[in-house]
Design a protein around this ligand. Structure first.
Ligand code: SF4
Length: 298
């Protein structure tokens, strides 16, 4: 069975998001050299990875991203995705270079419907305008666009409106992940992490919008007990097995890591009919809001 390689090409970023999980890595690590990136690409290809995702903090600020993509294509990767904050896709020449190098899927983020909310949260002026221009560029060039956004305290009420906008921009898929409480998100948890039971009504509403428009839509890190009737949208069920090559370590199985290190369930979950398939919330979440929202399904 083929795997996906999540390759962090560097740790620089042009945004400073309030909810970023990577936090201070930008100050600690230099961008990987192109030789190092090629070595990782080849190593993971030999380890059965046939799908590559270039990420980082922000992969498009790495000067050699186009060369890295071309190399991955040359050695045989079948799909190549760029996971990005989306701002640099506003430059059409750059997007054309990435397409020529053989990117098969673009995964930009847009987190808020209102530009003011977006720009304030990513701490960059005009970021929202640039992401939207990038989305228009990509769809005009007939590229596959898979939106990857984060649910926070600041945006959850805007999610249905954002979903309507994404439908109008005719993206191919969208996924909203509940904020992972690490790095800046942990530091700013009081203003960043919402209560899941407050959020869920809005999440269900945007899933209805996506379903009506026939656009595949998924959530991440929201357990089954809050997704009854919407189980089809639980992203963990469709995530391909992934190797994550981070700054200091490589996780050979992202699924194992989620189940054993990052997510948690409580003793009462053992009574739940979904116990064996549910990963539970991020383990930091119940430390803030407790377990009362997560009620076993009988
Ligand atoms: S009660 Fe526990 S096992 Fe059941 S869906 Fe909720 S978090 Fe998952």
């Amino acid at each position: 069975m083929y795997k996906r390689a999540d390759i962090k090409v560097g740790f620089a970023c042009n945004n400073h998001c309030t909810f970023c999980v990577q936090w201070d890595k930008r100050y600690k690590y230099k961008p990987r050299t192109i030789e190092e990136i090629k070595w990782i690409i080849k190593r993971e290809y030999d380890n059965w990875c046939k799908y590559a995702v270039f990420t980082g903090w922000e992969p498009t600020v790495h000067p050699d991203l186009v060369e890295a993509v071309a190399y991955a294509k040359d050695i045989g990767y079948k799909q190549i995705q760029i996971q990005s904050n989306g701002t640099n896709f506003d430059k059409i020449d750059y997007v054309l270079k990435l397409i020529k190098a053989w990117v098969t899927e673009f995964s930009p983020s847009i987190h808020w419907f209102y530009k003011e909310t977006h720009d304030n949260q990513v701490h960059q002026k005009w970021a929202w305008d640039r992401v939207v221009k990038g989305l228009i560029n990509l769809r005009k060039l007939n590229q596959i666009v898979v939106i990857n956004s984060v649910i926070t305290k600041a945006n959850y009420k805007e999610i249905p409106q954002l979903a309507e906008l994404l439908v109008k921009l005719w993206v191919n898929q969208f996924q909203f992940a509940f904020v992972h409480i690490l790095g800046s998100a942990d530091k700013n948890k009081d203003i960043v992490v919402p209560k899941k039971s407050d959020v869920i009504h809005y999440v269900h509403k945007w899933l209805d919008i996506a379903k009506k428009a026939w656009i595949p839509a998924f959530t991440e890190a929201i357990p089954y007990c809050l997704m009854q009737g919407y189980e089809w949208a639980i992203a963990e069920n469709i995530m391909p097995e992934t190797t994550v090559v981070d700054a200091e370590w490589t996780i050979d199985s992202y699924a194992d890591y989620r189940w054993n290190e990052w997510k948690a369930k409580r003793e009462e979950c053992k009574k739940c009919s979904k116990y064996k398939v549910c990963e539970g919330p991020w383990k930091e979440y119940p430390e803030i809001y407790g377990w009362n929202e997560f009620k076993p399904i009988y």
